[in-house]
Design a protein around this ligand. Sequence first.
Ligand code: ATP
Length: 239
Amino acid sequence: PSAEPILKVAGLEAGYGDIQILWGVDLDVMAGEIVCLVGSNGAGKTTLLKTISGLVPATAGSVRLDGAELAGAAPDAVLAAGIAHVPEGRRLFRTMSVRDNLLMGAYLRPHDADLDADLDRVMTMFPRLAERARQDAGTLSGGEQQMCAIGRGIMSRPKVLMIDELSLGLAPRAVELLSETLVEVNRAGTTILLIEQDVMTALEISDRGFVLDRGRVVMSGTPDVLAEAPEVREAYIGA
Ligand code: ATP
């Protein structure tokens, strides 16, 4: 087995205009892993995902997917290379059907038999979406909308699926269901990089985690190690 990470972020710097937010972020994700990114509000988690996606331009550093440099690439090129981004707040097309929202995730691919097979696969993975395929996405519950957003992400057949704020605003039962589904998605072969406000939920489903603070990675490790770390306990678990 190769020890090369599928996603390798090194020395990444980015910001908005004159305001620098990321100060040399180093992070790696191995193929098949679920990795979570935790950190307080404003730590730069969303900015990091947006910079990996090409939505925010990197001012220094590198983002490599399977060894290929993506820093500086446009968002559609990053998606085509194999990184899909489920944004904070889901961002569905509310007046379009669930099915059409899912198809939007595959807009870079030809509509062929493979695409229909993938649509079936997503519908099987998320039976709620199958039941509601013809409904407008705006009529879904929060948890169902998150399923739809994740399903849309999967439709591009990404190597790495990035999810910003999996559980924000959702009921505990919905979070539980989403977590279970995410583990299934991962077992089916998709590597996952996840931002999750609720550190316990994040650590429960992750193989490893990174702690971001003021634009830098200050700690990383297995869920056991992170859950026991005084810095993590004090700041995020409230122990
Ligand atoms: P949260 O959990 O609150 O989303 P986060 O760790 O994801 O926090 P970011 O959203 O990346 O943090 O924000 C990092 C910093 O960048 C914050 O200080 C924020 O105010 C700032 N920021 C975010 N978006 C912009 C923008 N478009 N223009 C200027 N500053 C921004």
